[in-house]
Design a binder for this molecule. Structure first.
Ligand code: FAD
Length: 556
């Protein structure tokens, strides 16, 4: 696997020349995306009441049927096979458009398309499993992937078990799965389970529903993403023919092509709705602020408000730049690290934008859309945006835990040695860089970026040179800081490159300048976090609290 930009940056080098080619969709690809978005919007206009969906309604059957008829349950397939034949970025735009109207609808579509039969179909050879998946695609069956268990998704093992039948024709699945998107309505469920007597190997088993022993225990009700069917599932001796399984081997979940498929799935599931919600919050912030005066002065004239509006605009620009960089014109195997980084970049930036929107709209930000509609106030669902985004920070892996895992993968390249071991290789000096259309302020930010990237390489070399790998892996706060620094620097790099080489974006210089200023503020405490061990008092206090003391904190 050859990951480029992040691999360079973690080793102290800024690949500015590579960043120079700003990713753009071809006109034909753009048009295909526009057409699909227009078709989707027509379906949603006709069948979706987004406010009702957020208020305790089930996803209407008529909507799911219309989405199926429109080809939206086979989005990833080529046109000749009944799909929409979209590129990855055009598909992202469709998921974003769905989430723009209702994050729950976006979740239903992306969970099905990015982890369902269409996805696996492309990765499987001819045979009975491929035939099964094709059959369900043709029938428009909704699908789900069931991996998370009541014991916690972060465990590498799976408690659900698969026991080979005595006649060898299949497996019997037993176990429970929770938080499964589309779980209550899926007709095909891909289940992860540990194969008995295999040394703990986890396989993927495709279950056709309904089938004896397969039970929907309950539908989950979340604080956000309401209306998206999500379920707790139980399997008791569910039979799966042996040919309907992806053979278990220790590495399949992290090996090609499944690793790349799961990465793209997370982008569609998490980054597309994060992007949609952030854009909407930016829009609502403008509408609200434009209509307010405080003490005779437009609210938009106050410095603190301008800072928040500009910071949100810059966050949206940065999210959009990172998504384009990772998805347009790149191969999944080449850009896997950048793609994996998108989950936290988009959900955490989106969270900041939604939080600012709630602050700016104040009590109207806290008030539900239904309540606002009832009294004739513009019914922007700002509080829903924040509830929905909170779920996006959890789905696909909790943000801080993902930071830790991604940093460990990057730092492993130091321990493995080789030419990358020494971060003192060729690195550009700021003066030698071509700066395109960058303003003076942004040229200064580029200089700071080069220095920060170099500092990152030095910090990583120092950490890995002085600390054995198992010890560094235990320093989770350090790892979290490493990934947060890398993602801030990556986002800053793509933003500056876009501002340098896109001559058709009028606000690009200010968007970049505001982004860089905010990123540098966020970086300051991260440099402390990465270089200083957590004071021992944290561990002591946490252990004391977890063992039952001090109890007086629980009483007023
Ligand atoms: C909207 C949504 C949609 C979802 N869709 C699906 C789906 O379709 N299919 C599916 O299988 N699952 C799905 N999930 C489940 C989701 O992937 C998990 O909820 C998520 O990965 C977190 O797992 P968990 O809730 O089991 O928490 P756990 O993994 O138990 O984690 C609990 C806490 O421990 C922390 N933690 C875990 N490991 C470590 C560690 N080593 N060091 C330090 N801290 C650690 C976590 O960060 C977290 O704070 C969905 C969840 C949501 C919210």
């Amino acid at each position: 696997m050859t990951s480029t930009i992040l691999r360079e940056m973690i080793h102290g080098r800024l690949p500015w020349e590579e960043l120079r080619s700003v990713p753009r969709q071809s006109p034909a690809d753009r048009l295909a995306g526009d057409e699909a978005v227009a078709l989707l919007e027509k379906v949603l206009d006709e069948h979706l009441d987004a406010l009702a969906l957020d208020h305790d309604e089930r996803m209407p059957d008529a909507l799911v049927r219309a989405l199926t008829d429109g080809g939206f349950l086979a989005m990833s397939l080529p046109r000749q096979d009944g799909g929409l034949g979209l590129s990855e970025y055009s598909a992202f735009r469709v998921y974003e458009a769905a989430a723009h109207r209702s994050p729950a609808v976006g979740m239903l579509l992306s969970a099905h398309n990015s982890m369902g039969p269409g996805t696996y179909l492309r990765a499987l050879p001819e045979g009975p499993l491929r035939t099964l998946l094709a059959k369900h695609l043709a029938a428009g069956s909704l699908s789900a992937i069931a991996s998370t268990e009541p014991e916690g998704a972060a465990n590498s093992d799976r408690s659900a078990g698969a026991r080979r039948t005595e006649d060898g024709t299949g497996y019997l699945l037993n176990g429970e799965k929770v938080f499964i998107s589309n779980g209550s309505r899926a007709r095909l469920v891909a289940v992860t389970a540990t194969v008995e007597d295999s040394g703990g190997q986890v396989g993927l088993f495709f279950v056709e529903v309904p089938t004896p022993g397969f039970e929907v225990v309950a539908e989950h009700e979340y604080m956000g993403l309401r209306g998206a069917p999500s379920a707790h599932l139980r399997m008791t001796d569910v039979f799966v023919p042996v040919e309907h399984t992806v053979s278990a081997h220790a590495e399949w979940r992290s090996a090609s092509p499944f690793a790349e498929l799961h990465t793209v799935a997370r982008i569609y599931l998490i980054s597309a709705p994060s992007m949609a919600i952030a854009r909407r919050c930016l829009d609502w912030s403008r509408s609200f602020v434009a209509g307010r005066r405080v003490d005779g002065r437009p609210l938009a004239d106050y410095e603190a408000v301008q800072r928040m509006i500009a910071a949100s605009a810059a966050d949206v620009y940065a999210m959009d730049s990172a998504v384009r960089r990772a998805l347009i014109g790149t191969e999944a195997t080449e850009s896997q690290w950048e793609r994996d980084a998108l989950k936290n970049i988009t959900s955490l930036s989106g969270w900041r934008v939604a939080d600012r929107a709630v602050s700016l709209c104040a009590a109207q930000g806290f008030e539900t859309a239904r309540s606002k509609a009832a009294r004739g106030v513009p019914a922007y669902p700002v509080e829903q945006a924040q509830r929905d985004l909170r779920g996006l920070r959890i789905g696909g892996g909790v943000d801080f835990n993902l930071d830790r895992v991604l940093a460990a993968r990057m730092l492993a390249t130091y321990y493995r040695g080789g030419p990358e071991r020494n971060p003192g290789g060729e690195r550009p000096t700021p003066d030698a860089l071509e700066t395109g259309a960058l303003s003076e302020a942004n040229r200064d930010h580029l200089t700071a970026l080069v220095q920060d990237v170099r500092r990152l390489g030095e910090v990583c070399a120092e950490l890995t040179g002085s600390t054995p790998a198992p010890e560094l892996l235990a320093r989770q706060e350090t790892l979290i800081a490493v990934n947060r620094i890398v993602t801030e620097l990556f986002t800053t790099a793509v933003v500056l490159a876009r501002a340098a080489w896109s001559d058709d974006e009028p606000q690009a210089q200010d968007l970049a300048a505001v982004h860089c200023h905010g990123a540098r503020r966020r970086l300051t405490p991260l440099w402390d976090q990465v270089s200083q061990q957590l004071p021992e008092a944290y561990g002591r206090l946490s252990r004391a609290w977890m063992s039952g003391a001090p109890t007086d904190l629980l009483t007023p």
